[in-house]
Design a protein around this ligand. Structure first.
Ligand code: 0L1
Ligand code: MG
Length: 262
């Protein structure tokens, strides 16, 4: 690690304040070009520690930047991992208050819920499928705290991978009999299709993103506990939304989920 504890705490407070007060900031590597990957995840962990101390609960994990379309859109080459806490959750058909966010975008996702723990190294697609209880359709609402979504990978990891809100809905389907690679995904904004894709856009198989997360945590001596819900990453590019927009996602065999922006 290159940053000392005090700097990590200051940067976590800086980024969390930007989230909670819905104002943007410049990417933190501008002032701290020396920071490394461990610093980035340490800042994210400190943001989580602050939330837990305030009484928030972890309700899931997320994989981000897992599709080529997303990596290309954001100019990065590697996935990232973050956490989801209770107040990020929005009911299916519910409303997101845009006044609480900076510049939200939506992504179509396939969410996994585990029935068994997963631990790397060596976790693979087969192990993920065997440990999965069910999958669901999900819309992730991301909201980078960085001005104009301009960041590098270390800055975005520190910022909890732009996590803001998420909605799950449709059918909780067991994975047996489903080929998650060929599941079609159509996301509509105000009745118009704005993003169309298939599960394989996520690292060739959405379960590969979950395996990558298990291996990432395994390298840190951690595992993904049974019962965890994990967003496997946007199947397509993210789409900007504004107050008044209605977003509906249909995932083949998994039904549909929707959210309104006020
Ligand atoms: O969930 C995601 O793929 C977002 C990861 C962070 C990058 C971004 O803000 O687009
Ligand atoms: Mg996402």
């Amino acid at each position: 690690m290159k940053l000392d504890r005090k700097t990590i705490e200051q940067l976590a407070e800086h980024l969390e304040n930007a989230e909670l007060q819905a104002h943007d900031v410049v990417k933190i590597t501008d002032a701290h070009p020396e920071m490394d990957w461990d610093d980035a995840y340490a800042i994210q962990a400190e943001i989580l520690r602050r939330k837990l101390a305030r009484g928030n609960k972890v309700v899931g994990l997320k994989c981000g930047l897992t599709s080529r379309a997303k990596m290309k859109q954001m100019g990065v080459e590697t996935p990232c991992f973050g956490f989801l806490v209770d107040y990020f959750t929005v009911d299916d058909g519910g409303t997101v208050k845009t006044g609480e966010l900076i510049h939200p975008k939506v992504e179509p996702e396939i969410a996994f819920v585990l029935k068994k723990p997963l631990k790397g190294p060596g976790c693979h697609v087969g192990a993920v499928l065997a440990a999965t209880d069910f999958v669901m359709a999900g819309i992730e609402v991301i909201d980078s705290r960085y001005r104009d979504f301009k960041f590098d990978l270390k800055s975005v990891i520190a910022d909890n991978c732009s996590s803001a809100r998420y909605v799950l809905g449709g059918v909780a389907a067991p994975v047996a009999g489903l080929d998650l690679r060929t599941l079609g995904v159509v996301m509509e904004k105000n009745g118009q299709p704005v993003a169309i894709g298939a599960g394989a856009a996520v690292l060739g198989h959405p379960a590969a993103a979950i395996a990558m997360l298990a291996n990432h945590l395994g390298a840190r001596g951690e595992e993904i506990p049974a019962g965890t819900m994990i967003l496997s990453g946007g199947v397509t590019e993210a789409v900007a939304v504004n107050a008044g927009d209605h977003v509906n996602l249909r995932v083949q065999s998994l039904g549909s989920v929707s959210v309104h922006f006020a």
